[in-house]
Design a protein around this ligand. Structure first.
Ligand code: PBG
Length: 330
């Protein structure tokens, strides 16, 4: 490249039409996954204090949201349950109830025959009385016992019609066990999106409020979720999960971990997704409420950054808002 003044990078940056012409990264509704919180009842909408603008929805309204997703061109929704505290047990058995909220919601959405995928988390934390993702034995999260339950949960969710199962528990060997159980059960087309690089993060707080496990959680999740200091280990996690049968992998949280997204996307031939988690959303919304930032601009910029890092798609609570904006002003 010749030096200045032959090269002036501001030439292509000068006019709007030119900036559009040379733009390297594009965000479209096809890049979005919309996470939704399911609650019991009918016509119920319940605000979540730490996630302004996000509501827990009863199943009838979840179906409406899925219809909205289809209209907006959002390819998939992810369902998370707010489980009645009375149904939460030490062993998280509600996760294996065929009539639990996410199974019923999935059946309801699938019955509407929309062109929208349904993603379900495979993990026990919305169902346990202690808020952990696995079974506790002698004060520790028992890996192998948990994996057995997760494989059963996965089959149940596939039977309910889930298109993509997303193990978010970070137990070792769970992807292989889930894949084998799905094949045994004849669910050969059910995809696995593994939360392969999921970090023990402070950014999940509002999500735990949303599913009602925040106040219950005893201790932390550092014995199974990754250390935020590690990057090489994320490559090992991804390699193992692909080996075990993952169709796609996820990095979580997203914004503070875009180096990990880039590392994985450039080292593996597998779709790499990322999750703009609840705390990231809440921070932007809090600053917007204070009038300290232009909330919509920050929202768009934060999501474009995921694409620039190499993410195939992004889980974001902003999905409907962003898709609406992109559809009116692509
Ligand atoms: C639970 C799960 C969590 C999130 C998605 N699935 C929380 C956790 O691991 O404690 C977080 C999502 C968010 O913060 O938006 N397995």
């Amino acid at each position: 490249m010749p030096a200045f003044p032959e090269t002036r990078l501001r030439r292509t940056r000068h006019a709007d039409w030119s900036r559009r012409l040379v733009r390297e990264t594009k965000l479209t509704p096809n890049d979005l996954v919309w996470p939704l919180f399911v609650i019991a009842g009918d016509r119920v909408r319940q605000p979540i204090a730490s996630l302004p603008g996000v509501e827990r929805l009863s199943i009838d309204l979840i179906v409406d949201a899925a219809r909205q997703a289809e209209q907006l061109g959002i390819p998939a929704i992810a369902l998370f349950p707010y489980t009645d505290p009375a149904l939460r047990r030490e062993d998280g058995r509600e996760g294996l109830n065929n009539d639990n909220l996410v199974c019923r919601a999935t059946r309801a959405v699938k019955a509407a025959k929309l062109n929208v995928g349904v993603i379900l988390d495979v993990a026990l934390d919305p169902y346990t009385s202690h808020g952990h993702d696995g079974l506790i034995r002698d004060g520790d999260i028992d890996n192998d016992a948990t994996v057995e339950v997760l494989a059963q949960q996965a089959v149940l969710q596939a039977q309910a019609g889930a298109d993509i199962l997303a193990p978010s528990d970070m137990m070792d060997g769970r992807v292989g066990a889930i894949r084998a159980a799905l094949e045994d059960g004849g669910h050969t087309q059910t995809q696995i999106l593994s939360y392969a690089a999921k970090y023990a993060s402070a950014f999940y707080g509002p999500f735990r409020d949303a599913v009602g496990s925040g106040d219950l959680l005893k201790g932390d999740k550092r014995s199974y979720q990754m250390d935020p200091a590690n990057a090489t280990e994320a490559l090992r996690e991804v390699a193992l999960d692909i080996e075990e049968g993952a169709d796609m992998v996820m990095v979580k949280p997203g914004g503070a971990y875009l180096d990990i997204v880039q590392l994985i996307a450039s080292n593996f031939d597998v779709p790499t997704l990322a999750y703009q988690v609840s705390g990231e959303y809440a921070m932007i919304e809090a600053a917007r409420q204070k009038g300290w930032i232009d909330g919509d601009a920050a929202m768009m910029e934060s999501l474009l950054a995921f694409k620039r890092a190499g993410a195939s798609a992004v889980f974001t609570y902003y999905a409907p808002k962003v898709a609406t904006l992109l559809n009116t002003n692509p």
